[in-house]
Ligand binder design. Structure first.
Ligand code: HEC
Ligand code: HEC
Length: 176
């Protein structure tokens, strides 16, 4: 069965909680819409392309330039044996906690991670709970060819920001 997903001049009408999509021309096949070029309602032919995460282990990898000022840095080393992060086990803190990181050669977690933004309070007994799940924001990089080109160019206000962050110092800039 061919699934047709109607496109071009879509008119979405909200009727009793359900959408109906109308199109001016015949529509296009759903295989033409997604980047993976397979039917969107069927995962059976979907194959993950081969990829490798950055291969250096922690301590041997090359840091990656920040994507933009105060972007969460990408994880340059492999994460073998570190994931998933659980309530009992967070290997990342073991190396990146501010008090140990320098000795290990890891980047210390920044001030923003030791701060309770909601109550505007510096924390003295470790990071904020909202920072516990590191991989929610920090991700490893796979060596793959992007499916879509990207011409975004970050605008760093100074050279340091290409390699370090200072979000807590600048978070209110332009706000007050
Ligand atoms: C065994 C110690 C160790 C562990 C465990 C570890 N890291 Fe790292 N991490 C490092 C070191 C050392 C570096 C610096 C790059 C290098 O030397 O490989 C680094 C670099 C990074 C960077 C880049 C920082 C920058 O300035 O660009 C991020 C982000 C990061 N790690 C996140 C994590 C996360 C998230 C975890 C848990 C999944 C983790 N790390 C676990 C040691 C560790
Ligand atoms: C909610 C998103 C979020 C979570 C969760 C999070 N981070 Fe970050 N992290 C950021 C952002 C954004 C920055 C850069 C801006 C800043 O805060 O200074 C950053 C910066 C960093 C840096 C670079 C510090 C520097 O001086 O350049 C390290 C290292 C880091 N985080 C490690 C971790 C580790 C380890 C965890 C888990 C224990 C973690 N982060 C959890 C968002 C997050």
């Amino acid at each position: 069965m061919k699934n047709k997903i109607l496109s071009s001049l879509l008119v979405a009408t909200l009727l009793g909680g359900s959408f109906s999509l109308l199109s001016a021309n015949g529509g296009v096949e759903d295989t033409q819409i997604g980047l993976r070029k397979t039917p969107l309602n069927d995962e059976k032919d979907v194959k993950l392309q081969d990829f490798k995460f950055g291969s250096g282990s922690a301590g041997e990898s090359q840091k990656i330039e920040r994507s933009y000022e105060n972007a969460p840095p990408l994880i340059p080393h492999d994460t073998e044996g570190m994931l998933p992060i659980t309530q009992q086990d967070n290997a990342c803190i073991g190396c990146h906690a501010a008090e140990v990181a320098q000795d290990i050669g890891a980047t210390p977690m920044p001030k923003s991670h030791y701060y309770d933004l909601r109550n505007k309070k510096a924390l003295t007994d470790g990071i904020s709970d909202s920072r516990y799940n590191c991989v929610q924001c920090h991700v490893p990089q796979a060596q793959t060819k992007p499916l879509v080109g990207n011409s975004f160019k970050p605008d760093f206000r100074n050279e340091n920001e290409k390699h370090q962050s200072n979000l807590l110092d600048v978070i209110n800039q332009g706000v007050k």
